[in-house]
Write a protein that binds this ligand. Structure first.
Ligand code: S3P
Length: 436
């Protein structure tokens, strides 16, 4: 796809699609209840379709579905699950596969669930979920090297404490979900707090869960809950990670402005916005509600940008936005450094490499390090042929980069936006037309 530079900054007010993390959970957790639940403003995208396939395979019924509303009926709790008659395709969705592994580990005894994914998901590490689940007594198999496909047989698990080796909300969630069907309580210790959508949603559904800080470590404990959980309706807020593309577009241009309406203001998702403010953009928050999580509007106005450094303890709160931090840093005064972000190498693509390759082709002074990047700015970008490497977030980051480049950019692999933001390019064109 050809993308040409913009002549004017964005000046828009917009809504972004529903939060991906919350939509995945609302769909998958419906399998733990029996009644109907409504998921309003859900994210309709390739990733969340994968979670629907898993939920349906266990017996969840789709009662109604439109772009605004998804009505699901749970099978009546875990004990009423069907055994899937085929392996389930998780496609590109790491959240689907990892959360489903946790759920499947605590399925009724003997119930077999087999999960597979696309080429990208089949390269991503599953041992980080499989190993601690095995420690809790789960019965599961991965391909050699701890990779998908994964086969999981339901079992009554033992309880125990697991200290996570990596700060990952997906791994934490898998263990907490497995803990619902354990003999004793399960405690997960995270080295750096990660997004807590699972904890919030399970608590709303009646699970008994506590969370406390022990120094810098967060300990989350879940009590066994063999009965069905209460189903809850979920109003899905806009996804702050999707909104971050437009926030970046506003911040890259002096005079740029965007109001992002109705997005999640969950503190563990806002690291990128706080960083943006420390780089010199004007960022304002207007909280408008707190159900099921804090949500409201974020306003971003562009200004002169200065370099930043990002350290390991800041990474989880902006993990999916780090390619955008790199892009912003190319236009910021000074040397920016991102450290402690090796996790980026095992996302939908190696996002350190993909970011560095894409932006250096466009003329950025960016250096790859083992666990992040170093960027010298400001540097003018120029149009080039760049490859999204089939990664939705890299495609969208490069599209935003093209707006400030001199000359046209040829973006390859733009179809990957269907994973999390199918209407991204429609919105991109509309916002441009409004600006020019
Ligand atoms: C997610 C957690 C993060 C994030 C992903 C969604 C979630 O992954 O990158 O896009 O919904 O729990 P990790 O848990 O692997 O860090």
């Amino acid at each position: 796809m050809q993308l040409t530079p913009w002549h004017r900054p964005i000046d828009a007010r917009m809504r972004v699609p529903g939060d991906k993390s919350i939509t995945h959970r609302a769909i998958l957790f419906s399998a733990l209840g029996g009644a109907e639940s409504e998921v309003r403003d859900w994210l309709v995208a390739a990733d969340t379709e994968a979670s629907l396939r898993v939920a349906e395979a266990w017996g969840v019924q789709v009662v109604e579905r439109s772009t605004r509303r998804l009505v699901l009926k749970g099978p009546g709790g875990r004990e009423a699950w069907h055994e899937p008659d085929q392996p389930i395709d998780c496609a590109n969705a790491g959240t689907t596969m990892r959360l489903a592994m946790g759920l499947a580990a605590g399925a009724p005894t003997g119930l077999l669930t087999v999960l597979f994914g696309d080429a990208s998901l089949s390269r991503r590490p599953m041992a980080r979920v499989a190993d601690p689940l095995t420690q809790l007594g789960a019965e599961l198999w991965t391909r050699r090297g701890g990779l998908a496909p994964v086969a999981v047989r339901g079992r009554h698990l033992t309880g125990g404490t697991v200290a996570l080796a990596v700060a990952s909300a997906q791994v934490k969630s898998a263990l907490l979900l497995a803990g619902l069907n354990a003999k004793g309580r399960v405690t997960v210790e995270e080295p750096i707090p990660t997004r807590d959508h699972t904890e919030r949603m399970l608590t709303a559904m009646g699970a008994r869960l506590t969370s406390e800080m022990a120094g810098r470590v967060r300990r989350i404990t879940i009590e066994p809950h063999p009965e069905a959980l209460r189903t809850v309706d979920v109003q899905v807020p806009g996804d702050p990670s999707s909104a971050a593309f437009w926030a970046t577009l506003a911040a890259l241009w002096p005079g740029g402005k965007v109001v992002l309406e109705g997005v999640s203001l969950n503190p563990e998702r806002l690291g990128f916005y706080h960083l943006l403010a420390s780089m010199g953009a004007k960022v304002g928050y207007h909280e408008r509600g707190s159900d099921p999580e804090p949500w409201g509007d974020i306003t971003v106005q562009g200004g002169a940008l200065t370099a930043v450094s990002v350290e390991a303890d800041q990474v989880p709160a902006m993990i999916d936005e780090l390619p955008l931090v790199a892009l912003l840093s190319t236009q910021a005064e000074g040397e920016s450094v991102v450290r402690g972000a090796a996790e980026l190498r095992v996302k939908e693509s190696d996002r350190i490499r993909a970011t560095v390759q894409g932006l250096s082709r466009m003329g950025a002074a960016i250096l790859e390090t083992g666990d992040g990047f170093r960027i010298h700015g400001p540097r003018p970008l120029s149009g080039a042929v760049v490859d999204a490497q089939r990664d939705h977030r890299i495609a969208m980051m490069l599209a935003i980069a093209s707006t400030v480049a001199q000359g046209a950019t040829e973006l390859l692999g733009e179809g990957s936006v269907a994973i999390s933001y199918p209407e991204f390019f429609d919105t991109f064109s509309r916002v441009r037309q409004e600006a020019e």
